[in-house]
Design a protein around this ligand. Sequence first.
Ligand code: URA
Length: 410
Amino acid sequence: MEQYTHEDIPDYQMAAWLMAVCWRGMDDRETSDLTLAMARSGEQLHVCERLMPVVDKHSTGGVGDKVTLAVAPLVAACGVAVAKMTGRGLGHTGGTVDKLESISGLRTALTREEFLSILQEHGLVLAGQSAELAPADGKMYALRDVTATVESIPLIAASIMSKKLAVGASHLLLDVKVGAGAFMKTREAAHELARIMVEIGQRAGLYTEAAVTAMEQPLGRAVGNALEVAEAVAILRGEGPADVSQLCRHEAAELLVMTGAAPSHEEAERRVQEAIKSGRALAKLAEVCEAQGGDPQQIEQPERLPRAPVISMLTAPRSGYIAAIHAERVGLAAMRLGAGRFRKGDPIDHRTGLLLQAKVGDYLQAGDPLVEIHARSEEECAVLRQELLACYRWSENPVQSGPLIYEILT
Ligand code: URA
């Protein structure tokens, strides 16, 4: 890793090695050793040397996944520091940095000193991934992308965990999403990715837990950057959609229990509810936005967030129960509206996206509101209508939505 980072080992040799790993796999010790070497290939922040405990949270990404935006201030408002470095979205799953950049003026490119001082002063920092952090991963990921070697579970685990180890929190909660809208399409693959990441964390002395959670239908109702920030604000006010609010409260409570800040999950959930009811969690998000140069009024009054020029309602084409909403297709539709990227480096439009008016299990009459489209033009709305209708499956009979959390690995 050291030689590869310093270009003493050329890309063609690394590409051959990556393909060998794809075919043959790696055992847990090999994967852990690779991860440690990648973590040490650049700058290390050692955040837990400044504050203890300090937690980190990572999601493998999904459609409408704004959980970090709500969980981080919830945990910080309960007195446990959160140091979060986060990536940009590629394809149909948005990145937390892109969502944060919907807030006017907010800077996510922080220097090491800014990152650490905001963390110390506010107990929370939400920054973009620095290029100096695990540079071996940056080089390797670009190579994996063009050599069809992304989809190897040990390589994915090493890539994610090297960046977590380089930040150096004391506790980490991983959210491995599984389903149509996620990177992991099967429960088995998600379990294996979660298992190996927990193993890597424990071997490196980072207390790690992983939740395997559902990503069949979009999470919550908002898909798109500013719309998701507004939904995170609603969650922090106790007014968010049931599924995503429940997941956020659960993950925040789990982090409080992991760090020993709460003696039981029930007590932790009570404290999380209290942070919502008292307004402390929302105030914490506004405070950290301001500390990072953003406009806190857009958090206190999310109607001030950027808004798309055209807002149009797609209605239900028939009566019935919603049996399924295909998360990946919804994500691709939002991407076509400008909310996501086709290619790395593409600009995104923070204003655009979709607001689902109903979720799996809901009964609608023909003509009821189905999806609110936030677009740049009437033409874009019109083009998207058929594509959006194709995301839905309907049933004559009542439908139960599946569980949100499949398992927790410790
Ligand atoms: N996310 C990462 O950071 N790395 C991978 O390899 C896949 C997803």
